[in-house]
Design a protein around this ligand. Structure first.
Ligand code: SF4
Ligand code: SF4
Length: 390
């Protein structure tokens, strides 16, 4: 079970692709936080006592740092009382992280994901301060504070038509900053032209070179764009936990206590079509059905990528096509391009017999024998070579 608290609608930035909508100061109060935690801790233990996930989101959640801290401490006390495993996470624009905030987040065990769109040019094309001033140096200061506190530099970079031309430079830049994970988050709803897609593919190829170079150096950088395709190949497909959990395992709470299938859908908390309940009513099953992802659209037909296609994210689909179940053309293109590039990169690393790659990819599959058997299946599908001795 994953509950995300949208702590405020307020933000100090004005990103071009922002899905939070109008920024206004409505913060979550303690009663709403506490009732949200009641909801999280009421979740059944489930298979193998699956952990409880508590996320903090916004707007910019660190504007409400005191409330985040109080929620984290209270949630940890509940977890200790109930014998539950709890994971805490925040997604932040990083501009409000100083040494004290970074140290406290580390102390609380909060996983921090920093939003930075890459090199200066890419970031400044899309993530200005409100009022237009650059936020780049402020974000870098936040990143440095994270590193000083010993927090891993986990970054999320939105790829949009405005900044895609710097994608390769951006991934190189983020790797040079010491990023341990680089999440490329495409703005599928952007106005992508055919020329943009050509530039995007070149950027993905450059990103794959960074990914491979880090593995060859024995210091892999997690990049879900490629990791997810290669892990799916190693596992023989996607597990249910790899797919979108909207309307099922995911829940977001708005500052005034409305429930949504995921945090991205909260926006200004004014679109009642996306509300699936309130803290008073609880989740209304009749409202969640349309968000639970079923099989891919019939139009996907016999597409060779069906078995590991990630185009099932309800909020990404909604943003691009206006329908939670229908992936759009840009997302479909991206799934195929990233799979093609991941497979080519994986094949090269396997041909080189790179031990780090074997451990990084196949080592994460349940057993080496299973991995080898699954890789053989993949080979039959002409994707990745068999892993000798994995
Ligand atoms: S930091 Fe987040 S909430 Fe703030 S403007 Fe950017 S995308 Fe929107
Ligand atoms: S890659 Fe496109 S056509 Fe293929 S399964 Fe995914 S969305 Fe459907």
């Amino acid at each position: 079970m994953h509950v995300t608290l949208v702590l405020t609608h307020e933000c100090n930035l004005a990103c071009t692709y922002c899905y939070a909508g109008e920024k206004f100061r409505r913060d979550m109060d303690w009663a709403t936080v506490s009732r949200s935690l009641d909801l999280l801790f009421a979740a059944p233990r489930g298979f193998r006592d699956a952990p409880l996930d508590l996320g903090f989101f916004g707007g910019e959640p660190l504007i409400c740092f005191d409330m985040l801290e109080r929620a984290a401490v209270d949630a940890q006390a509940r977890a200790a009382r109930d014998g539950r495993t709890l994971r805490l996470a925040v997604t932040t624009n990083g501009t409000l992280i100083d040494d004290a905030v970074a140290a406290r987040l580390r102390e609380l065990g909060v996983q921090v994901t920093l939003s930075i769109d890459g090199c200066r040019e890419a970031h400044e094309a899309t993530r200005p301060q409100r009022g237009g001033r650059s936020s780049f140096d402020d974000v870098l200061r936040g990143a440095e504070a994270m590193k000083r506190a010993g927090l891993p530099l986990r970054v999320i970079a939105v790829v949009s038509p405005e900044n895609v031309r710097w994608l390769g430079d951006s991934v190189r830049f983020l790797a040079a900053q010491g990023a341990t994970e680089i999440i490329l988050n495409p703005a599928f709803e952007g106005a992508w032209s055919d020329d943009d897609l050509v530039v995007w593919e070149a950027g993905l190829l450059a990103a794959a070179e960074v990914y491979a170079a880090a593995i060859r150096a024995g210091r892999p950088i997690a990049m879900p764009t490629f990791d997810n395709k290669l892990l799916a190949a190693a596992k023989g497909g996607l597990a249910s936990c790899d797919t979108c959990g909207a309307g099922d395992r995911e829940l977001a709470v708005s500052p005034q206590g409305n429930l949504y299938p995921c945090a991205r859908m909260v926006g200004e908390d004014r679109d009642t079509r996306l509300v699936i309940g309130t803290l008073d009513s609880g989740v209304l099953p009749a409202r969640t059905a349309e968000f639970v992802q079923g099989p891919l659209d019939p139009a996907c037909g016999e597409c060779a990528e069906r078995w590991r296609c990630g185009a099932s994210c309800a909020c990404a689909n909604l943003a691009e096509t206006g329908t939670t179940h229908l992936p759009g053309g840009t997302q479909c293109w991206y799934e195929q391009a990233s799979a093609r590039i991941a497979d080519a990169t994986g094949r090269t690393l396997l041909d080189e017999g790179d031990a780090t790659f074997l451990a990084w990819t196949y080592g994460r599959v349940a057993t080496a024998a299973k991995a080898a058997a699954q890789a053989a299946t993949i080979e039959r599908k002409r994707r990745l070579p068999v892993v000798a001795g994995a």
